[in-house]
Design a protein around this ligand. Structure first.
Ligand code: NAP
Length: 253
């Protein structure tokens, strides 16, 4: 029956950047659907861990700074040592730096590109190799952005990195579909998290943004739960390389 296809009981999901915001919402959503969770964060994600454990699921913590793409193989090794397998990868950890393009620094370019794009690719590569070794395929869900579709203002490295995420999602899907690996992305719209605190505190930008969202509100981490469970589950087995907007209608305007 179709609802059984959404059941993730017995699956292990690795979620990066899950101590707060959208990553926390998705880790909890996946745990509600039956997953045990490996959380990859800079510091211990205590609140997420206790919320996942309260659902009767296991939670393992791996500490890593994902601005360093060279450490992703260690991340996968530690994850496997703890959980024994990985079925689902959610590449969520990401940062943003705001500055006029004329003044944008190389450091702000490199930091954002490293975590938002380079680590996403190399972590996906490591996990895809593991999926192939395990022999049952797997699911990779990347977190894109409205700036995978649009140019944005004062966020050059963020726009470049999230445009890369949408392109890489298609490339990885093309190469790995034959191994029963689905690679898709979710593009959140304007969501109330740390990432958008500066924007929400800027009264005129905040008003402009809200006026353009047909749903009439900022999104929140719970809005990510349904889409991530769908893309992590057998219900989406024939969806490959697609980026789903979860944006209250922003892109439809
Ligand atoms: P957030 O609350 O700032 O969460 C970002 C997460 O990434 C945090 O857990 C953060 O951990 C982690 N992280 C940051 N730097 C890291 C590093 N060097 N190594 C490992 N983890 C690191 O922001 P969010 O809004 O939930 O963002 C989650 C994802 O959604 C990002 O990829 C973001 O670009 C994307 N997104 C957000 C929006 C939005 O409107 N909020 C819209 C489109 C896309 P710390 O707490 O330790 O910093």
């Amino acid at each position: 029956m179709i609802l059984n296809a959404f059941n993730l009981e017995g699956k292990v999901a690795l979620v990066t950047g899950c101590n707060t915001g959208l990553g926390q919402g998705m880790a909890i959503g996946l745990a509600q659907a039956g997953c045990d969770i490996i959380g990859v964060n800079r510091a211990g994600p205590d609140e997420t861990q206790s919320k996942v454990e309260a659902l009767g699921r296991q939670f393992w913590s791996v500490q890593a700074d994902l601005t360093r793409p060279d450490i992703v193989s260690t991340v996968v090794e530690q994850a496997l040592a703890a959980a024994g397998k990985i079925d689902i990868l959610v590449n969520n950890a990401g940062i943003i730096r705001r500055e006029d393009a004329l003044n944008f620094s190389e450091q702000d370019w490199d930091d954002v590109m490293n975590i938002n794009s380079k680590s996403v690719f190399f972590l996906s590569q490591q996990v895809a190799r593991q999926f192939i070794a395990q022999g049952h395929g797997g699911k990779i869900i990347n977190i894109a952005s409205m700036l995978s579709f649009q140019g944005g203002i004062r966020v050059p490295s963020y726009t470049a990195s999230k445009s890369a995420v949408m392109g890489l999602t298609r490339l990885m899907a093309n190469e790995w579909a034959k191994h029963n690996i689905n690679v898709n992305a979710i593009a959140p719209g304007y969501m109330a998290t740390n990432n958008t605190e500066q924007l929400r505190n800027d009264e005129s930008r905040s008003e402009e943004i809200l006026a353009r969202i047909p749903a009439g509100r900022w999104g929140d981490p719970d809005d990510m739960m349904g889409p991530v469970v769908f893309l992590a589950s057998a219900a989406s087995d024939y969806i490959n390389g697609y980026t789903i907007a979860v944006d209250g209608g922003w892109l439809a305007r």
